[in-house]
Design a protein around this ligand. Structure first.
Ligand SMILES: Nc1ncnc2c1ncn2[C@@H]1O[C@H](COP(=O)(O)OP(=O)(O)O)[C@@H](O)[C@H]1O
Ligand SMILES: [Mg+2]
Length: 247
């Protein structure tokens, strides 16, 4: 079943050129989708359009067949689409508990918020250990885990993660991807933007390659990984090191 449809979306910033040019993509409910592509391809921009942080210049975004492009970011969040941005956007001077509570701000009923926090902590015991610590004192991997947990506070149906492994040690990256797999078992549809192509595609069901603001190709993650066009894209432009493409 389709959950999100991006239809012919063009978008850019201010008076600048189109960063996305007539991008059409469809995402299936309950799967992990991995968006890859060179730096500047427009991956983060696509997530921002879906989250309502940037209005498309043309085209539309549909959630279960209903148009959501044009809605405000808080309305889109209330529809169950949550974005964990690249910088994770935690409040470093607040405790982990306070950060999680901020994540639940759209829910007015405090008992509901507490109940939800308990559910989230059941799924992320590694976050519970740090509940009373200031978020800024945690390691990068722990902060990423908190950012995901905070996103879960709103009961999202779609969780978008922009480069969740950025700056993390390989062992920690695996833990983050295992956490992302847990989202799938919860029935959440996942969209990940990932520079670590091999790792991202290894955990994903489907892969999408964005290049210069256009959808270049897509398919089952394993097929995308083995597609010669992927090697060309990265090696040809020297954007990623050989190590990252060939593992
Ligand atoms: N806030 C912004 N204002 C103007 N240009 C931006 C802004 N954010 C991104 N861009 C430009 O949009 C292009 C695509 O950026 P982005 O979507 O972040 O790419 P990616 O995430 O694939 O690396 C880049 O050329 C970038 O400079
Ligand atoms: Mg980006």
């Amino acid at each position: 079943m389709l959950i999100l449809e991006i239809e012919e979306v063009s978008a850019g910033y201010g008076m600048g050129p189109d960063i996305l040019s007539r991008v059409s993509v469809r995402f299936e409910a309950g799967l992990i989708h991995c968006l890859i592509g060179p730096n500047g391809a427009g991956k983060s921009t696509l997530l921002r359009v879906i989250a309502g942080l940037l209005r498309p210049r043309s085209g539309r975004v549909l959630l279960e067949g209903k148009v959501i492009s044009g809605l405000r970011p808080d309305q889109i969040l209330a529809h169950g689409i949550c974005l964990v941005p690249q910088d994770r956007s935690l409040f470093p001077d607040m405790t982990v508990r306070e950060n999680l509570l901020m994540g639940g701000y759209i829910e007015r009923d405090q008992r509901q918020v507490s109940r939800r926090m308990e559910e989230v902590l059941e799924i992320f015991p590694e976050v519970r250990r740090h509940l009373n610590h200031r978020a800024g004192t945690l390691s990068g991997g722990e902060q990423q885990m908190v950012a995901i947990a905070r996103g879960l506070m709103v009961h999202p149906r779609v969780m978008m993660l922009d480069e969740p492994s950025l700056g993390l040690a390989p062992l920690v990256v695996d833990r983050i991807f295992e956490a992302i797999s847990r989202l799938k078992t919860m029935g959440i549809t996942v969209l990940i933007v990932e520079q670590n192509v091999r790792k991202g595609l290894a955990y994903a069901d489907r892969g999408y390659v964005l290049d210069m603001g256009r959808l270049s190709f897509e398919g089952p993650a394993r097929e995308v990984m083995e597609d010669p066009r992927l090697q060309e894209l990265y090696l040809g432009r020297m954007v990623l090191s050989n190590r990252e493409v060939q593992g």
